[in-house]
Design a protein. Structure first.
Ligand code: ZN
Ligand code: ZN
Length: 134
């Protein structure tokens, strides 16, 4: 059994699958549902509109999309853009072209350096996010 502090509210909880306490998981699921329903009713909404009308922080909305839990309607190019080239995308973090390039690069890297594991990628991604928030 592993105890952790919830990164959102700071409460101590038993770590299972997600790095969130049960209260925040519940809240997150409610938020996710709000966003999903809002996008169903207003498929062309911008990120600002989604955040404003659902009360869910824009950062969380982006997370749902980047995690691939949510996908935008094909014609809605207002919300999400590729982290590499900035072209509009519907879900995830990169457009198809960049995703392919990254995969190729990762594949060739794998042969050279075995050091980069999933954990390290996670912290790199987080520190990048934190910097951008400021
Ligand atoms: Zn919490
Ligand atoms: Zn791209």
């Amino acid at each position: 059994m592993e105890l952790r502090n919830c990164p959102v509210c700071g409460k101590l909880f038993v770590y299972t699958v997600r790095n969130l306490c049960p209260d925040c998981v519940k809240k997150d699921e409610e938020n996710f549902d709000k966003v999903r329903r809002y996008l169903h009713d207003f498929p062309m909404a911008t990120l600002e509109e989604i955040a404003e009308n659902t009360g869910v922080p824009a950062k969380s909305v982006l997370e749902y999309l980047k995690e691939g839990r949510l996908m935008l309607k094909k014609s809605n190019l207002n919300v999400l853009s590729c982290e590499m080239c900035g072209s509009p995308i519907l879900t995830g973090r990169y457009c198809e072209k960049c995703a392919r390039e990254i995969k190729n690069k990762m594949d060739s890297l794998k042969y050279r350096a075995i050091g980069l594991n999933e954990d390290m990628k996670g912290t790199l991604h987080l520190s990048k996010l934190r910097k951008r928030e400021k």
